[in-house]
Design a protein around this ligand. Structure first.
Ligand SMILES: [Fe+2]
Length: 203
């Protein structure tokens, strides 16, 4: 068995290549390449999970991997029980890939003096970026995608905005407001929570 370790960035390239819509795949791969430096630098959070350099890449790779795996499992189970899913593998890949993309602009480096002091004491080494104006993370995700020629569907936007499941501002539980949390949102939210809680505490 090969022992070669593939970077999270490259692992994401492999998973983006699974997108069946060739035009969408090209746009996603182009955006991925253009954002490479940011993807490999920033953390996924500054206190909760994946708070190390490159934590963003590790987290998003895990969410994509878990999302694709869960989709394949429930899709084959659905075929067995004649239940057709109302979302596709392309939906899963794109939403898992972009669900946190606003975070590439959300943080800033601490001043060098603070960095040394905080690194020594194990505290955070990044802070929230100055001048953050947007209260709605999903709106920023939609904007970033649009700037890269990627127009999310209503279902994909719904899944991005509910990817924290019961912790969303407008959704106290996945079961509240019947019908407002779709299967796609539940799948992406589960993958996000699993990545953050199972893999997000240790590098
Ligand atoms: Fe996330």
């Amino acid at each position: 068995m090969s022992d070669v370790k593939i970077s999270s960035y490259d692992h994401m390239v492999n998973m983006l290549n699974l997108v069946s819509d060739s035009e969408l795949k090209f746009k996603l791969l182009t955006m991925h390449q253009n954002l490479k430096d940011k993807i490999e630098y920033w953390p996924a959070a500054i206190s909760h999970h994946h708070k190390w350099k490159g934590g963003y890449a590790d987290h998003v790779k895990e969410v994509m991997l878990l999302g694709i795996s869960m989709f394949n499992t429930i899709n084959s189970a659905g075929e067995r029980y004649s239940k057709k899913l109302n979302f596709t593998l392309d939906d899963v890949i794109i939403v898992c890939y972009v669900h946190d993309i606003d975070k590439l602009w959300r943080y800033k480096d601490m001043p060098a003096s603070d960095y040394r002091r905080q690194e020594k004491y194990g505290a955070k080494i990044w802070d929230k970026a100055d001048g953050l104006l947007y209260p709605d993370e999903s709106a920023k995700v939609v904007q970033i995608c649009a700037k890269n020629g990627i127009i999310l569907t209503d279902e994909q936007i719904e899944a991005v905005s509910h990817h924290h499941l019961g912790f969303s501002l407008n959704l106290s539980s996945v079961y509240s407001y019947e019908g407002s949390c779709t299967g796609l949102a539940a799948l992406v939210g589960s993958a996000d929570m699993m990545s953050g809680t199972i893999f997000g505490k240790v590098q």
